[in-house]
Design a protein around this ligand. Structure first.
Ligand code: CP
Length: 307
């Protein structure tokens, strides 16, 4: 297989296992290139890409922009905070105006679940979902699984536990889809108030005890508590959350094995992870960031081949 089965990158739900493996193989090549003295290739010359961010981002925005520039694309950036969205312009009008400037690919982050699916049905451009509300964040899940593959050589059969705010996390949902398609054993761990009602339908193990989860897993992917998405208080306090579900060096030292720590960022240091864990030899958090560029180059390149 040398072509994706999809026209857009809207969510991991829509991919088949061969798509994911093709993205990984392509990212392997791009990772070699971006570690050479000349990091740029002409693959997307004459392709114009608009990065539309209707919600804050550091890693995803910079990573997409760097990936696009490494591929020699023409890049325009849009941030809703400084745009006419503030004057009441609709999403479709905003995007249609940008497309009138002859844009080929749109990378969009939006607070509303389904926003990128909506765009893909209404405009003629390739759409990449860079995170849509609590729904999906496909390139984050791809770079997470790619980082596990890099660490262990294989994802199939590995035990991955996702810890924290599963209810509000697009990273969790995309990771669960991606890891399961690749044959990993997936668990989730956190307070029951931060677990979605549809958890059983996802086919994952549920741990309420942190030590049981960590003793079971090879990899712990630790999520940020998303206070900005909680309309009501779902646990007593950050301090109590940290006492029960936070990972510090003492927690890791008391396990009967070594595990790998991941985090999609941004980290609430001292809440879900202490610095002596986030910055330790167990952590591959900065490898995830590095791999994000190669994965996004692969996704952009493979989508650009679809006519
Ligand atoms: N991981 C992630 O999506 O980070 P940003 O919100 O900074 O893009």
């Amino acid at each position: 297989m040398n072509s994706l089965s999809v026209e857009h990158m809207l969510g991991i739900k829509y991919l088949i296992k061969d798509d994911i493996n093709l993205i990984f193989k392509t990212a392997d090549n791009f990772k070699k290139i971006i570690n050479q003295p000349i990091k740029k290739v002409p693959s997307l010359r004459d392709v114009t890409i608009a990065n539309l961010f209707f919600e804050n981002s550091t890693r995803t925005k910079l990573s997409f922009e760097l990936a696009e520039k490494r591929l020699s694309a023409d890049v325009i950036n849009f941030s809703s905070a400084s745009s006419s969205v503030k004057k009441g312009e609709t999403l479709l009008d905003t995007v249609n105006n940008i497309l009138a400037m002859k844009v080929d690919i749109v990378v969009m982050r939006h607070p509303n679940p389904g926003a990128s699916v909506f765009l893909s049905r209404n405009i003629k451009a390739k759409i990449i979902n860079a995170g849509d509300g609590t729904h999906e964040h496909p390139t984050q899940a791809l770079l997470d699984s790619y980082s596990i593959r890099e660490k262990y050589g294989i994802v199939e059969g590995k035990k991955i536990v996702i810890i924290g705010d599963i209810l509000h996390s697009r990273v969790a949902l995309s990771n669960i889809y991606c890891l399961k398609k690749l044959g990993a054993d997936v668990g989730v761990c956190g307070p029951s108030t931060l677990m979605p009602k549809y958890l059983d339908s996802l086919g994952v193990k549920h741990f309420s005890n942190l030590n049981s989860a960590l003793n079971w897993c090879d990899v712990a992917n630790v999520l940020r508590i998303q206070l900005e998405r909680q309309d009501v208080q779902l646990f007593p306090s950050l301090r109590e959350y940290s006492n029960v579900y936070g990972i510090n060096k003492n927690v890791l030292d008391n396990l009967n094995k070594n595990i790998t720590i991941m985090h999609p960022g941004p980290i609430n240091r001292g809440v879900e992870l202490t610095s002596d864990v986030a910055d330790s030899e167990h952590s591959i958090i900065l490898d995830q960031v590095e791999n994000g560029v190669a994965i996004r180059m692969a996704v952009l390149y493979l989508l650009s081949l679809k006519k």
